[in-house]
Design a protein around this ligand. Sequence first.
Ligand code: BGC
Length: 737
Amino acid sequence: MGRGLMMGACAAALLLAAPAMAASAGAKAAARPWMNSRLSPDARAELVLAGLSLDQQIALLHGVMPVFLGPKKPAHVQISAGWMPGLPELGIPDLTESDASLGVANAGRKDDDATPLPSGMALAATWDPRTAFAAGAMIGKEARQKGFNTLLAGGANLLRDPRNGRNFEYLGEDPLLAGTLAGQTIKGVQSNHIVSTTKHFALNDQETGRMVLDAVIDEAAFRESDLLAFEIAIETGHPGSVMCAYNRVGGTYACENPFLLTDVLRTDWKYPGWVMSDWGAVHGVAAAKAGLDQESGQQLDKQVFFDKPLKAAVDSGEISKARIHEMAHRYLRSLFAAGVVDHPVTAGGLDTAADARVARRAGEQGIVLLKNNDFLLPLMSSAKSIAVIGGHADVGVISGGGSSQVIPLGSKSFAKPPGAPQWGGGQVYYPSEPLAAIKARAPGARVTFNDGTDPAAAAALAKSADVVVVFATQWSTEGMDIAMSLDGQQNALIAAVAQANPKTVVVLETAGPVLMPWRDHAGAILEAWFPGARGGEAIARVLFGEINPEGRLPTTFPASLDQLARPVLPGSDQHIVETLTPSAATAFAVTYTEGSDVGYRGYAKSGAKPLYPFGYGLSYTVFRYSGLKVTGGKTLSASFTVTNVSNREGTDTPQLYLTAAPKRTQQRLIGWTKVTLKPGEARQVTVSASPRMLANWDAAAHGWRLDGGAYKIAVGPDAATATLTGSAKIEPAKLKP
Ligand code: BGC
């Protein structure tokens, strides 16, 4: 039979079968009315629930960590953060969850490939919502391609302390910046028809004692800071789920906190999705009453509270059937809303080479040029000899540890420091060597490497070279906090090298802010954070000017520990062993007396001078601002002209700050824009603030209050530099919570 004939026969057979298939499809559709995608997610969830028994509903409210299932683990279930069986007969898929915000964490599976983004700090340093979306879209795509329909992404805790060991998973100290970018990554993840979370709700702002600490803050300050970041992230990204945190807030565990989970999330923000617990964060069925909808990682809790104990609570009348229905509804409606039911995941098609380009672009954009004496950077191709020193630059780039750890193939691991949690990999270096990337860009130069373990030998090499690039690292992981400094003896190394050769470029691969006692001696400083899958290349491209640096700090770099709101990290004076069954004896409070004056706002208030201010970052291009016009009314807009006064194209991030308002003098970022200009080009830009960013939370009136009167603003390249100033009259208003 010829090929054409065979195809003809197949087509004819299909045609004959068509009416029968249509009839059975019609019957199926009638039997599963919730599969009608024209109905709202809520209506679809209700249709499913109409046929579910109480036991079936409760089965949707608790999930396992597959690794603990042992031989009971069904073959198709992957080792990952979480899994819960679906209702296959109804077309509701299993819940398949993977960590986390920076890529698909591979839970220690050595043969598994995935593409890690640069850290959250690097993403935040891009100040670019489009980059955040692209980053989320890439990791969401990989999650899908690996068979996961839920990515535990969307970390949005504020950087209140540079020593928080998880800052690298978050997006800096400002609620508008962090909330906007978290929202965009969530949107990007969910553009793949999978669910993203936002986490850890709320005030999980340090790791020391995270299972026991009680975060204490004034309500108005809370609404204007950490809660605002989550509020913006949720409004922007519509995450299917919110993950409540381990710690207590105002005396009550976050996962059983009615203020957080019901008053704020449901009553005020009208959040429709489901709240899942952090893994091991449930302490009883009281959580269900407070607003928790699903117990995650159930084997980590003392009991599986949302199974038999929850049923018993219904039987005793402690919890109503209506509440169980509501919990299951919120879960199912999010699966419909995200597209998980209509577009079931099918694993396969991973293209890590293409995905690495997304990671590289984000890494490049997030690199911040902190210092550049006498135009030491970009490096000239005329340099005859380049000494590369330290930071395992011959191996790759460092990454952050813990549940979010992505380990691409080819990574190398170094031992963890004493006291670090046992789980979550070692100090993992991604296979993107800065040394190789530098060599590739300096074919005519002698490029030599010294590992930096002997500062004297490194200094001798530095002396003999035209230019020195010294790499320095600060490792960080979930489960412990860190010192605000480079690891080990690297300060002494940099000091010795920079003394030996003033043409020393320091490249920092840090989790967050570090002190720089050698700063005055360094010729140039680049902050590259944890730069991700192609970090070595991203750094080299900036060093050699293929990329004009455009990153801006998403956090203040303090000049000393004394400048912190809490110079001694709460809980660091006690020996707190991280345990999932915390005892009241180890509980302690972290009182956020700085309120919403987090980071730069506190510096504006005290007048203290940081090492580098929030928003700061140089470029190989110089920009000027002029011609400010401010308009008021219902909200505030500032128009001004940005001019590139250099001879190369560059991208600038002018920032708009509120500096004084009626009854309040607090400085606040209220908007920003990014503008790319050719040499000599000038462009007028307009930055508008949303009314809420001008308002204060009025706890008595339960809403945002915009006082009428004069609002003063500054336009500048960072929080400490008011290049243009102006003011506008704003009308009073009361805004909804
Ligand atoms: C972390 C979460 C993570 C979860 C599942 C917890 O320890 O705090 O961020 O999603 O584990 O791995």
